[in-house]
Design a protein around this ligand. Structure first.
Ligand SMILES: NC(=O)c1ccc[n+]([C@@H]2O[C@H](COP(=O)([O-])OP(=O)(O)OC[C@H]3O[C@@H](n4cnc5c(N)ncnc54)[C@H](OP(=O)(O)O)[C@@H]3O)[C@@H](O)[C@H]2O)c1
Length: 244
């Protein structure tokens, strides 16, 4: 039996647990299990890795704390400073960031080839760092919006000068605003300034049509929620664990 799994704490609502159970069933993948390892302290990873583990995902609060415990880091995970996939190969552990790949692949499908505007990234947390790295690698210029001072724009600045949005036709929500059950929440933007030339990408996937997406669609903008990224990062994990 090959054991894959997820470390984090707490782990009550795991997308990955359900996703891999269904994948093994649907694709008739035998002798594999995906287990949840709710560890209360990252030091417990050392004991865990002595078990027969074929691959792990990492979630909150350990995506950064895990790094010193690993033998190697993939270049993107290193640049982002966060790991959500651990490969176990030849007795060594290597950290990857599959959010990077999940976002990049879905963005390339979402945007038209001729897209040549700039992007706004809303929020400055863990996911925002992976998104930044993708935009750097795709040579899409971007600015970051935060509630805090010290970033490119605050929400107040965008609302007082809504014409700024003309120059940023890709807007990516990396804040948790709008996530179930607070489905009426959305980033504080001047939505009336959006047009059919805008592309709104919401990392939130529950509900599938967030208030952010609804407000953009009302203005004729193209929209995408976070489900494809979520599935993409899970499939990338599987590919990383099973690389020969
Ligand atoms: N679809 C996927 O595969 C996928 C992958 C990763 C994450 N996600 C989703 O992305 C979201 C962010 O995840 P994360 O790990 O980056 O979370 P995080 O580290 O908590 O960061 C979220 C950021 O959003 C901003 N924010 C938080 N609360 C806010 C509020 N009330 N109003 C305005 N801004 C607020 C903050 O930035 P400022 O303080 O700078 O404003 C914060 O740093 C979550 O909903 C997560 O489920 C989805």
């Amino acid at each position: 039996m090959k054991t894959y799994g997820l470390i984090g704490y707490p782990l009550e609502h795991s997308f990955s647990g359900k996703y891999f159970a269904e994948k093994f069933e649907k694709e008739n993948i035998k002798n594999c299990e995906y287990r949840l390892f709710p560890i209360e302290n990252i030091q417990e990873f050392d004991a865990l890795k002595k078990q027969e583990i074929a691959g792990l995902n990492v979630t909150i609060p350990y995506k950064e704390q895990i790094i010193p415990f690993l033998d190697e880091l993939d270049q993107h995970a290193e640049a982002i400073g966060a790991v959500n996939v651990i490969q176990f190969k030849n007795g060594k552990t290597k950290g990857f960031n599959s959010d990077y790949y999940g976002f990049k692949d879905s963005l390339l499908i979402f945007l038209p080839k001729e897209f040549n505007s700039k992007a706004l990234i809303l929020g400055t947390g863990g996911a925002s760092k992976a998104i930044k790295q993708v935009l750097i690698d795709l040579s899409i210029p971007f600015k970051v919006v935060s509630r805090k001072e010290g970033f490119d724009f605050t929400y107040e600045e965008l609302n007082s000068k809504s014409e700024i949005l003309e120059d940023f036709q890709l807007i990516i929500n990396t804040t948790p605003l709008g996530t179930y059950p607070k489905v009426e929440e959305k980033p504080d933007l001047p939505y009336k300034a959006l047009t059919e030339n805008h592309y709104l990408y919401d990392l939130v996937y529950n509900p599938s049509e967030t208030a952010f997406i609804k407000a953009g669609a009302t203005q004729g903008a193209k929209t995408l929620n976070g489900l494809e990224m979520l599935i993409g990062q899970a499939e990338k994990s599987w590919e990383i664990w099973n690389r020969s």
